[in-house]
Design a protein around this ligand. Structure first.
Ligand code: ATP
Ligand code: MG
Ligand code: MG
Length: 540
């Protein structure tokens, strides 16, 4: 379908051409009632992406017709998310900027006998729709509706005592055409227009008109709006306004998470997560905090494609896109999540050797950094077993492993804790200065605590256990939250060089463990927190 299918008159097409120079104009229209999520990334990819491809422009429009749930905090975070993802809006507008014009157009609609003030309550409206019966107020005189609509505006009614409805067709098979609501009364301060209005336009009234006033050429939206397309075109025709081309695509759903703002709000408000930008949240600010680069999200959206078919995508695809982006860029360092102390018996007490360690094993241009090798070192607890086994590549009594970029060590003895005899205090090992030896097991490690830094590391798993928590009926979706969605290692040790000059947002690969991003909860230099962005290999 092309622009012509919107059936504009030649005159309107000409006015559109004069106003826009024939450019493609798209818009991304979030309601500021929450943070943007991964589904919005797809919508932006499509709207900004299509405009870019066609040398057109894309507007960021806050669709703020509902004062109840909208907040300044959300308005700010949305713009931040859009820019972070790499999109530059040609302009930023608010539906509320058009409240005056929308009001005038509503008056015009009444004058054309295509809208009326109605006093039915919401449940009565549904009943009348079911029976395909006209509202008793449908045929009241135009003058009366004009006067009552003005009364609505001046606050002479209680909330719910009057609404403005479009006069379309109560017999229409599409329920969205059965006299949809155009205006309702809300005595609520609006985050943008303040106390100026106590009547607010509905989505059905405002969205198409603002699209038209902004000369949007392509109005792209998700499939649930498809049934509203009839009223979209009806209203613009009723007011002789320019009609954009409307096209619907399927909503993106990612496994093991929810992308409904209502549910995300609930998780935040009830404290299930650390906030809208919790690294487990599918919000763009959450993914950013977790360490996902914006290009990974754009790549992901490109791979997902734009269709009208089902769009359930595995979370692992997002993780794969993230690995692919981070791997070539990010420097390698070593960190031990659960340290086990090793004392190297054949090194002097204050021994320090500054080893040259490559920053990136596959990219020499990234250079080296120095890493101290000391008498006391730490390996991962899980890399030691009392009993060696065939498929175990870690350390065990009498066995030799390589400390990566350093030397082979052999476990000689175990020093058990005096207080708790089931606990190992440290392992005694000997090192072999011959670096040419190649034991099978290669371990990550850090030097003595004099040269390493204690850090907190947060490991993340799926927020929900089942693939489609969004489909779980009622409140049961909350029982599906993964109790191990966040695992905190409070006493991890990070190698010397990584802790130097660290800033929140910095990303490293910790060898063998994955990619990690320094969290905003860090108060450097006293407290450093890392989030695991993604492991090194996918589980699927
Ligand atoms: P929610 O149900 O989470 O409140 P919404 O559609 O009401 O979602 P808006 O802020 O109004 O959220 O959405 C802005 C734009 O992003 C709309 O055009 C909408 O169609 C699109 N969008 C929202 N969620 C998704 C999704 N999961 N996949 C693709 N596009 C989406
Ligand atoms: Mg919504
Ligand atoms: Mg919406």
């Amino acid at each position: 379908r092309d622009l012509e299918t919107a059936r504009n008159t030649p005159e309107l097409l000409e006015r559109h051409r004069l106003a826009t120079g024939g450019k493609v104009i798209c818009r991304f229209p979030p309601e500021p009632n929450g943070f943007l999520h991964i589904g919005h990334a797809k919508s932006m990819f499509l709207n900004f992406g299509y405009a870019q491809k066609e040398n057109g422009i894309c507007i960021l429009r806050y669709d703020d017709t509902n004062p109840e749930a909208e907040r300044e905090e959300f308005i700010k975070s949305i713009e931040e998310s859009v820019r972070w993802l790499g999109y530059e809006p040609a302009k930023i507008t608010f539906t509320s900027d058009y409240f005056d014009q929308l009001y005038e157009l509503a008056v015009e609609l009444i004058k054309r006998d295509k809208a009326y003030v109605c006093h039915l309550k919401p449940d009565e409206i549904s009943q009348y729709r079911e029976k395909k019966q006209d509202s008793p107020w449908r045929n009241r005189p135009i003058e009366e509706s004009l006067r009552l609509f003005e009364d609505m505006k001046f606050g002479k009614f209680e909330e719910g005592a009057a609404i403005l409805r479009m006069k379309i067709d109560m017999q229409h098979p599409n329920p969205c055409m059965q006299d949809p609501i155009a205006y309702r009364i809300r005595y609520k301060r609006h985050p943008h227009s303040g106390d100026k209005w106590c009547i607010y336009p509905s989505y059905d009234f405002a969205h198409c008109i603002v699209d038209s006033l902004e000369w949007i050429t392509h109005s792209l939206c998700t499939l649930e709006f498809e049934i509203r397309r009839d009223s979209y075109y009806w209203l613009l025709a009723a007011l002789d306004l320019y009609r954009p081309f409307v096209w619907e695509f399927s909503r993106l759903v990612v496994t093991h998470t929810v992308v409904s703002k209502r549910k995300l709000t609930f998780l935040v408000d009830k404290g299930y997560v650390r906030g809208w930008d919790d690294p487990r949240m599918p919000t763009l600010m959450g993914l950013r905090r977790r360490g996902f680069p914006p290009e990974a999200l754009r790549k992901f959206c490109a791979s997902v494609g734009v269709t009208r078919g089902d769009n359930l995508i595995g979370f692992h695809k997002l993780e794969n896109a993230c690995r692919t982006c981070l791997d070539p860029q990010v420097l390698r360092r070593m960190c031990v999540l659960e340290p086990l102390k090793i004392i190297i018996e054949n090194l002097p007490e204050d021994h320090v050797e500054w080893l040259q360690v490559p920053n990136h094993p596959k990219d020499e241009r990234k250079g080296n950094h120095t890493s101290p090798f000391t008498k006391e070192v730490f390996i991962e607890k899980s890399d030691f077993r009392l009993q060696d086994e065939r498929d175990f590549f870690g350390l065990a009594p009498g066995k030799t492993v390589l400390l990566r970029y350093a030397y082979p060590i052999k476990a000689k003895d175990i020093k058990w804790s005096a207080e708790d005899p089931s606990k190992i205090e440290f392992i005694v090992a000997s090192y072999d200065p011959d670096k040419t030896q190649k034991p099978k097991g290669v371990l990550h490690w850090v030097a003595s605590t004099k040269f390493s830094t204690s850090v907190e590391v947060r490991l993340y798993n799926n927020l929900f256990l089942s693939e489609q928590p969004g489909f779980i009926k009622g409140d049961a979706w909350l029982n599906d939250i993964n109790p191990e969605s966040e695992i905190v290692k409070e006493k991890a040790l990070l190698e010397y060089d990584a802790a130097k000059n660290i800033h929140p947002g910095d990303i490293f690969q910790f060898e063998r463990l994955g990619f990690f991003c320094c969290d905003k909860d860090s108060t450097i230099p006293t407290r450093i927190v890392f989030n695991r962005t993604v492991t090194l290999k996918g589980s699927r």
